[in-house]
Design a protein around this ligand. Structure first.
Ligand code: FO1
Length: 308
């Protein structure tokens, strides 16, 4: 059994590689729900959906979120009406949000609904929200000192403003899914996918008892850096680490994960940092981590599964 802690776009690519190799329910993904929010009275779970669409082979290859070939006619109409249209929900993607929201109103739990959604798309791997409770990642902006919700920062503000603080709201009272706890305990390997450490993995780790479990099973935790040559492929992973006083580049990722993971997988472009990262106590493995196509997703997944 393998458990992967996963955010949206980057994490979903590695998860897809693992899923293509394993293709069974022995792969368990624990997914971030700190980005989730309500919009138009619909519950949106971007990371769960990015993972489901990717594993189902329907995800938009350019954006990494949403469905390939989707259109945005509803959003254009909404914009014309003067409605809120900054967060682009595709016409096909809307079906997922309608389904999930209706099921939540009927009293179903988020993990049940996620199971229904992934089974409809013939995905065998288990996909668990880390918690069924509503948690929310919020960011305090350095200059304005304003605290904004994740999607306002990420989409509206295009993740540009410097951040002074990240808050994982409600994680101290949220209950971790029992199935997620069991899968961490029973797995031979726990993989931290190349997602944003602070914004995508941080909310998962902050739900009790995930941090304690990672510390306890540290010897089987393998983290994969999302930074290549010190830079994020997409998103704010690189600058948010330094804004929160971690070292620049992959060293900052290593500092963030040092209490939770024993192995850190880094890219060839960062090989000059091997010694510094080893000095933080990691077993360092170097490979090509850029997943530009499915064969590279498979290759990285194979490399990780081969580690002892
Ligand atoms: N990201 C954007 O940058 N702009 C969007 O308009 C947008 C819409 C969207 C709709 C559904 C969905 O599941 C994801 C969407 N995302 C969009 C991605 C999302 O904001 C981020 O990828 C994640 O929250 C970060 O992991």
């Amino acid at each position: 059994m393998i458990t992967a802690l996963c955010g949206g776009v980057g994490g979903a690519k590695l998860l897809n590689g693992l899923n293509l190799i394993m293709n069974n329910a022995e792969l368990k993904a624990i997914v971030n729900v700190g980005d989730d929010f309500w919009l138009h009275n619909l519950k949106i779970c971007p990371d769960i959906d990015s993972v489901i669409y990717k594993l189902a082979g329907v995800s938009n290859v350019t954006y990494g979120w949403g469905i390939q070939g989707d259109t945005f006619r509803t959003m254009s109409e909404l914009e014309m009406l003067g409605g809120e249209s900054w967060f682009k929900l595709g016409d096909l993607d809307l079906a997922t949000h309608l389904y999930r929201s209706q099921r939540l109103i009927q009293g179903a739990r988020l993990d049940e609904i996620t199971k229904e959604l992934k089974e409809k798309r013939q995905i065998k791997a288990e996909i668990y929200p880390v918690t069924n409770d509503e948690i929310a990642t919020e960011l305090t902006l350095k200059e304005s000192k304003k605290t904004v919700g994740f999607q306002e920062y990420f989409v509206k503000l295009k993740h540009q403003p410097a951040v002074s603080k990240v808050i994982y709201k409600n994680t101290e009272t949220a209950t971790c899914l029992e199935t997620a706890i069991k899968s961490i305990e029973k797995s031979e390997k726990i993989i931290i996918c190349p997602s944003n450490p602070i914004l995508s993995v941080g909310p998962i780790i902050s739900v009790y008892p995930v941090a304690d479990l990672l510390r306890k099973f540290k010897n089987k935790v393998i983290a994969v850096t999302p930074l290549i040559g010190g830079k994020a492929i997409k998103g704010p992973a690189d600058h948010i680490l330094t804004e929160l006083r971690y070292s620049a580049g992959v060293l900052g990722v290593a500092e963030y994960y040092r209490e939770f993971a024993s192995t850190l997988i880094i890219d060839k472009l960062d090989a000059d940092l091997i010694k510094d990262i080893e000095n933080l106590g990691f077993n360092v493995k170097v490979t090509d981590t850029l997943m530009g196509n499915i064969s590279k997703e498979l290759k990285l997944a194979e490399f990780i599964l081969d580690q002892d």
